[in-house]
Write a protein of this length. Structure first.
Length: 219
């Protein structure tokens, strides 16, 4: 038992000696360590006050050589979990999720981190002309994470997705056009255009700058 406490004390002393400044929580865990090179290391808890109408919050996670790494949890000032963010090289990476105070999912964001130690980085992106095929793209490193992949917005009352956005290396892609469908007796059929519209299209086939309204509603 004495040996255990001696080793624990020795480990604590060694940890403290690596930190130029630090804090201790109620469990005597080392927090907010700044090492001898003035780099943030280990577990941190960061408090943010209200700012320009935005509510304050606290976040906790790990720093590695002054960069956020891995999962970071966000809490409102009442202590409720309102977000989980993923980091790599100090930039957002992967799927980040945000919640209401009652734990209902409201948004999922997809990010791609670039290595800040490189002037340029390479990223595998899906070829929009050949689905399920990928190509390598060289990207100039701006030192930030890029929006990359699907962003989903949820109705917290129902849990249903009401909006989806797709980004490729920070660029918002235009939604792909698709024929509207209707559901009849559990079978899905493509909604046909009205006869008047089809007759109009046939009559004006090959003509330029012909505009018409097909009676559909765009959302």
């Amino acid at each position: 038992m004495r040996l255990f406490f001696f080793l624990l004390l020795l480990t604590s002393v060694e940890t403290y000696s690596q930190c130029k400044t630090y804090k201790l929580n109620d469990n005597r865990d080392t927090l907010n360590c700044i090492d001898q090179k003035n780099l943030k290391q280990g577990k941190w808890v960061v408090h943010h006050d209200d700012l320009r109408g935005e509510p304050g919050f606290e976040e906790e996670g790990l720093f590695k050589d002054d960069r956020k790494e891995g999962a970071w949890r966000l809490y409102d000032l009442s202590g409720d979990l309102v977000g989980i963010e993923q980091y790599k090289w100090g930039n957002k990476d992967g799927i980040n999720r945000y919640f209401t105070r009652t734990g209902d999912l409201i948004r999922e964001e997809s990010w791609k981190a670039l290595n800040p130690d490189k002037l340029y980085d390479t990223v595998e992106v899906e070829d929009i002309d050949h689905l399920d095929q990928y190509k390598t793209v060289i990207v100039k490193n701006e030192g930030v994470g890029l929006k990359h992949g699907e962003w989903k917005y949820y109705d917290p009352a129902t849990g249903m997705i009401f909006k989806t956005e797709t980004y490729t290396l920070g660029k918002l892609e235009k939604p792909k056009t698709a024929e509207k469908t209707i559901v009849l007796n559990d079978s899905t059929k493509t909604a046909a255009k009205p006869k008047e519209v089809r007759d109009f299209e046939k009559k004006n086939s090959g003509k330029k700058k012909v505009k018409y309204v097909d009676g559909s509603v765009n959302y």
